[in-house]
Design a binder for this molecule. Structure first.
Ligand code: HEC
Length: 144
């Protein structure tokens, strides 16, 4: 036999129901908040090469330190072609940077004429790469 509920217990039941109803939107808000905050930012895109390219200014310092200017002018051909001419020749090529860096260390013959550029084993791969970065940043030579 069900006891007739007292007015006091009926009020408590209503309070309980009210709390339960109020919790529904709170639960949704909490779920929404969770889904927003548990979303991780996308991982950064992988870099093409692990090490960042050296600055052109670093390459320019090397070019001066390694006596390249004894044989190369900026624009004019001395013993070797001017740096602007070299830049103009290779700029569009996809592997220009690696190619020039290798040439700087291994020397070159027969590409520009009959003179040859000696090997330069004292230059590190990093130094050569910095010089190649600088070289490719040279403006085209003035049209004659
Ligand atoms: C002894 C003179 C001499 C010195 C010193 C010299 N070069 Fe050269 N360089 C040449 C000559 C000559 C050529 C052209 C060779 C050829 O026709 O293949 C040349 C060609 C180059 C080329 C173009 C290679 C190609 O395949 O087209 C680059 C790049 C270059 N030199 C960079 C340098 C840098 C950077 C230095 C300093 C670290 C340097 N050179 C020092 C004489 C020199």
């Amino acid at each position: 036999m069900v006891q007739p509920s007292s007015p006091a217990s009926r009020r408590w039941r209503r309070v309980g129901l009210g709390v339960a109803v109020a919790m529904v939107p709170a639960l949704f808000a909490w779920l929404a908040w969770q889904s927003i905050h548990s979303r991780r930012p996308p991982p950064p895109a992988p870099a093409v090469s692990a090490a960042p390219l050296p600055a052109a200014s670093e390459g320019w310092a090397q070019v001066q330190a390694q006596f390249c200017l004894r044989c190369h002018g900026m624009e004019q051909t001395h013993v070797g072609p001017g740096f602007a001419q070299i830049a103009q020749r290779y700029r569009g090529e996809p592997d220009a940077l690696a190619y020039l860096a290798r040439r700087i260390r291994e020397g070159s013959a027969g590409v520009w004429g009959r003179k040859l550029m000696p090997r330069q084993p004292g230059i590190s791969a990093e130094q050569a790469q910095a010089m190649a970065v600088w070289l490719l940043a040279q403006p085209d030579p003035p049209a004659h």
